[in-house]
Design a protein around this ligand. Structure first.
Ligand SMILES: NC(=O)C1=CN([C@@H]2O[C@H](COP(=O)(O)OP(=O)(O)OC[C@H]3O[C@@H](n4cnc5c(N)ncnc54)[C@H](O)[C@@H]3O)[C@@H](O)[C@H]2O)C=CC1
Ligand SMILES: Nc1nc(O)c(N)c(N[C@@H]2O[C@H](COP(=O)(O)O)[C@@H](O)[C@H]2O)n1
Length: 263
């Protein structure tokens, strides 16, 4: 019997998305290549991800939600920043009907200071224990202390902490190249980055955007208003960040925009 939240993604919507998705195994043979990176999120008409920092906000309609769950089965990892983990207690699995464990993405949480206070009740841990998703890899700053209790809770579920050198901005962030090389060394050759705002804005910034292979954005027909978490990266001198190879598609009341960053 299917679970109450089981989703289906209409097959006719798959071909238009495929050019923007990693091809199975395309980068696996080449150890020097970085994982394919898809940036994907849902935003309001005023480019907001949520009503306020720390507030889980549903923007996707039923069809775009099922698209996200299709995308989750097409990547080996799904990456979020620690604030999203704290705010949303997300599941980060695919709830498509019949999605086997082998098609589930590996959740990756960027957590330089090991702030994520997961417990055995956290959704992502519970799903891993039930075999409905994979346990997370938490990328923490090198030298940051993690208690044995938290480490073993994560490891019992099948996840782990990965240590990574922190970036040059006072250690608050990781460099994207370092993150991607780390994921590759863990056998993860494609990653969908879902958010939140800080992660997306840094990825769209001068240092990050060279790593983005494709962009898939859901736009919902609503304005969230001032005070929300906004997608609006730092401007790079002399260059406007733009998409090429752009395709727009109506998904019920939402629109899905696919493109690649113009270089
Ligand atoms: N509508 C949507 O599709 C989505 C909405 N959200 C929403 O976004 C909000 C959270 O967003 P934010 O507060 O901006 O936090 P965030 O989720 O982007 O986390 C930011 C934290 O990640 C860590 N980090 C490590 N390396 C980083 C790097 N290279 N770049 C940026 N951060 C790095 C830092 O500790 C940083 O403080 C929540 O309200 C959540 O509900 C999150 C994901 C998707
Ligand atoms: N695609 C999309 N649409 C929205 O309306 C959203 N709020 C999000 N949020 C992202 O999805 C995560 C929640 O996933 P689960 O349903 O718990 O698996 C959340 O943490 C954001 O990354 N995405």
């Amino acid at each position: 019997m299917s679970r109450p939240d089981s989703l289906t993604f209409p097959p006719h919507l798959i071909p238009p998305l495929s050019p923007y998705l990693p091809r199975p195994d395309s980068r696996r043979e080449d150890p020097s290549s970085l994982p394919f990176l898809t940036l994907t999120y849902a935003a309001s008409l005023d480019s907001m991800l949520s009503l306020a920092p720390g507030v889980r906000t549903a923007l996707s309609g039923p069809l775009t939600k099922s698209m996200t769950h299709h995308l989750r089965t097409r990547h080996s990892a799904i990456l979020i920043g620690v604030n999203t983990a704290l705010a949303d207690d997300p599941a980060l699995n695919s709830r498509l009907v019949g999605a086997p464990l082998s098609s589930q993405p590996r959740p990756v949480i960027l957590d330089p200071e090991a702030r994520w206070d997961f417990t055995s009740q956290s959704k992502v841990i519970q799903l891993a224990e039930r075999g409905e998703g994979k346990a997370p890899f938490v990328v923490a700053g090198e030298g940051v202390e993690v208690s044995d209790e938290r480490r073993s809770l994560l490891e019992r579920a099948g996840g782990k902490f990965l240590a990574l050198r922190r970036g040059k901005d006072g250690g608050k962030r990781f460099d994207w190249g370092d993150v991607l090389r780390l994921l590759k060394s863990e056998g993860l050759d494609s990653v969908m980055v879902e958010g939140g705002g800080e992660v997306i804005n840094s990825l769209l910034g001068k240092e990050g955007n060279r790593y983005v292979d494709s962009v898939i954005v859901t736009i919902a027909p609503t304005w969230l208003g001032k005070g929300g978490v906004v997608v609006s990266p730092e401007r790079s001198e002399g260059a406007q960040l733009r998409l090429r190879d752009v395709v727009w598609q109506g998904y019920g009341e939402d629109v899905v925009l696919c493109g690649r960053i113009e270089r």
